[in-house]
Ligand binder design. Structure first.
Ligand code: APR
Length: 316
């Protein structure tokens, strides 16, 4: 159990995060800050706290519209930002199209972290994921093991779910990873997809796997199209997987968006790769063997990350 976890942004994802932290007793105190009035942060926390006698959870909360509630947090999970929303004509923006507005929000978030909990481990979820994490890095300049983005945990869970359904086996049996940027060019790594330790191709044919991989790349959009806004339950649970790996010092390998300094031939970008998560945050970056086709797909995804990151760099 941590002393304090701070959540910045108390919308759809933030709300599920608060609930899960209360339910799983991950911290003595959960802090929630949201600018939305009259006081959404306080209201959401109070609503959940009032159920704590029933769920036997002795978690405390501090919440409000002012950033000082995050003071001295050991961990920050950032969801402050605009999600994707369906337009009246049924279309919706790409994650990258959220950049301009979410950069402005991120600058405020970074200022708050710097002022109130500069030593916290930060997990960021706001989109466009890789670019927003890069902005936090620019503004916070933290030790590299303390800043990461949540994307691979979610994208891999989606891949695993689709594979399990196609194979007709339990999701527990499916191991899979999705790497690269958190955009439509993300890279499901078929060569490391296993079902109960056996290659996935033993259970699912090539054509079906290709369709699953295409669906995985667009799985976020599929949810936006169905419910009208970005997914929120699965992203929150995926971030909790990362938080628990750190809080319980699990040394769990989870694909996460981290700063690469030469690994995978990439320098100075935040990209999704497998890492060991433990009490120090990112404890190791794992360099895995990719097939030629996966290398090419990874390079394409890096191009997309670089393009958005360059926009961040150009925005003062
Ligand atoms: N400080 C704190 N909170 C803020 C700020 C800010 N400067 N600006 C906006 N917020 C809050 C909003 O008031 C809102 O309640 O962030 C919250 C975001 O919640 P939602 O709009 O429900 O969005 P959500 O689905 O939670 O997604 C958040 O994560 O997955 C990404 O694309 C998604 O960028 C989006 C982010």
């Amino acid at each position: 159990m941590l002393k304090k976890i701070a959540l910045i942004g108390g919308g759809n994802i933030g709300g599920v995060l608060v609930h899960e932290i209360f339910q799983r007793k991950l911290a003595r105190t959960v802090a929630l800050v949201d600018v939305k009035g009259p006081d959404v942060a306080k209201g959401k926390c109070l609503d959940i706290a009032e159920a704590t006698p029933i769920i036997n959870s002795d978690v405390l909360f501090e919440a409000g519209k002012d950033y000082d509630v995050i003071k001295d947090a050991d961990m920050v999970i950032n969801t402050a930002g605009v999600p994707r929303t369906v337009r009246p004509d049924g279309t919706f923006p790409s994650r990258e199209e959220l950049l301009a507005v979410n950069l402005q929000i991120t600058d405020k978030v970074a200022g708050a972290i710097k002022q109130f909990c500069p030593d916290a481990i930060v997990i960021s979820i706001a989109n466009p994921l890789d670019a927003i994490v890069y902005r936090l890095y620019q503004k916070l300049n933290p030790p590299k093991h303390k800043l990461m983005g949540m994307a691979g945990a979610l994208d891999s869970a989606r891949y695993r779910y689709f594979v399990a359904n196609a194979a007709g086996v339990s999701v527990d049996n499916v191991e899979a990873m999705v790497l690269g940027g958190h955009g439509d060019d993300m890279v499901p790594i078929r060569s490391c997809c296993r079902i109960a330790g056996m290659p996935v191709e033993k259970f699912v044919d090539d054509k079906t796997l290709s369709a699953i991989e295409a669906r995985t790349r667009k799985a976020g959009g599929e949810i936006v199209g169905l419910i009208g806004v970005s997914a929120f339950w699965s992203p929150a649970i995926a971030a909790i997987e990362m938080a628990e790996a750190i809080i319980y010092d699990k040394k769990k390998i989870i694909p996460s968006c981290v700063l690469l300094e030469g690994e995978y031939g990439v320098k100075g970008l935040f990209v999704g790769v497998p890492v060991v998560l433990g009490k120090h945050g990112i404890e190791k970056i794992i360099e895995m063997e990719l097939t030629e086709a996966e290398k090419a797909a990874f390079a394409k995804s890096i191009e997309a990350v670089k393009k958005t990151t360059d926009e961040v760099i150009a925005t003062k």
